[in-house]
Write a protein that binds this ligand. Structure first.
Ligand SMILES: Nc1ncnc2c1ncn2[C@@H]1O[C@H](COP(=O)(O)OP(=O)(O)OP(=O)(O)O)[C@@H](O)[C@H]1O
Length: 186
């Protein structure tokens, strides 16, 4: 079954994207597939440089070591074809009714999904205050936090849902409920 809804999640580093989308996956279980645009980037990067892909995909210090270089390389690839990583990520995804894309970073990511899947696409922005992000492990890095991969969607204001995931956050159950309203038939 091809996707009936595609939720695109965006938010700055350590705002909790992986955490919340993992909880969503637990709630919707077999109905849903998590897609990471960064996965084809990391697979390619790991192969070329002989690195551990699982470590790169997980949350931790290891991925931080390579983040800057991966951003630069992927930027060059995107200049040639802005949809290349989105397409690769979707081609490798299982056919489930709900697709959750947990790391949307650029206008062109949203553009590609909307051009490709139209009305199925819903966008969600997570926001969290800096103090909370620091508690979750955020440290400002030049070349990472001040470039398009982090700031590309700062001025986008057509989100279907904005979730405060910082100090003032609602309970997890309420957050998940508000996300569920984006897919009333599932
Ligand atoms: N609601 C929460 N309660 C407790 N810990 C949380 C919560 N949300 C996130 N965290 C923790 O904060 C850290 C960062 O969260 P997460 O990896 O989800 O952020 P992210 O936005 O995906 O970051 P990145 O952009 O670096 O991938 C993780 O260790 C996660 O377990």
């Amino acid at each position: 079954m091809s996707p009936q809804v595609i939720l695109l999640f965006s938010g700055k580093r350590k705002c909790g994207k992986d955490f919340l989308t993992d909880r969503l996956k637990e709630k919707f279980g077999e109905k849903c597939e998590i897609i990471k645009i960064s996965k084809p980037i990391k697979s390619h990067w790991a192969k070329e440089n002989n690195l551990n892909l699982n470590e790169l995909l997980s949350d931790g210090e290891y991925k931080e070591l390579y983040r800057l270089a991966m951003i630069k390389w992927s930027e060059d690839m995107r200049e040639k074809d802005y949809g290349c990583f989105c397409r690769a990520a979707c081609e490798n995804a299982l056919d489930k009714p709900i697709w959750i894309v947990s790391d949307v970073r650029r206008m062109t990511d949203i553009q590609w999904f909307k051009e490709t899947y139209g009305e199925l696409v819903k966008t969600v922005r997570l926001i969290a205050d800096e103090e909370t992000r620091i508690e979750r492990g955020f440290q400002f890095k030049e070349g990472v936090d001040d470039v398009a991969s982090e700031c590309g969607l700062d001025d986008y204001n057509e989100w279907d849902l904005v979730i405060n995931y910082g100090k003032e956050k609602h309970s997890l159950e309420e957050q998940l409920e508000s996300i569920a309203t984006l897919m009333p038939n599932l």
